[in-house]
Design a protein around this ligand. Structure first.
Ligand code: SF4
Length: 112
């Protein structure tokens, strides 16, 4: 899958959350997000490899997160193209690309 197709697939996968209110997304992500548990328990990742990229960090941190897509939907809504850091299993560069496609889909109406 080329990158553009990947961004399309991810954005399309988020269509199912289009009608979920922001506060509901926030409640679920803060309750069930894998990183929320880590930070709440003062047990953040202890990565000794300082050379990891954002993509590596996203893959490691978010890989097993059960609310990854909800987190991504929330981040795209709240931060949009100004998104920074690792959220929703994607680096900021990837998220900005997904945002571009996601916004176009929403402005064009949901297709789900
Ligand atoms: S997807 Fe990643 S950043 Fe979002 S809640 Fe899950 S672990 Fe945290």
């Amino acid at each position: 899958m080329n990158p553009e197709n990947y961004y399309e697939v991810v954005a399309a996968d988020l269509d199912r959350y289009a009608k979920v209110p922001d506060d509901v997304l926030l409640e679920i992500v803060t309750r069930d997000g894998a990183c929320m548990w880590l930070w709440a328990n003062d047990d953040g990742p202890d990565w000794e490899d300082d050379e990891i990229t954002d993509r590596d960090a996203a893959a490691r941190l978010c890989a097993g997160c059960s609310v990854r897509r909800l987190c991504l939907e929330l981040e795209l809504r709240t931060a949009g193209e100004d998104t920074v850091g690792v959220w929703g299993g994607l680096s900021q560069e990837d998220r900005r690309e997904v945002y571009r496609v996601w916004r176009a889909r929403r402005e064009g109406g949901e297709r789900s």
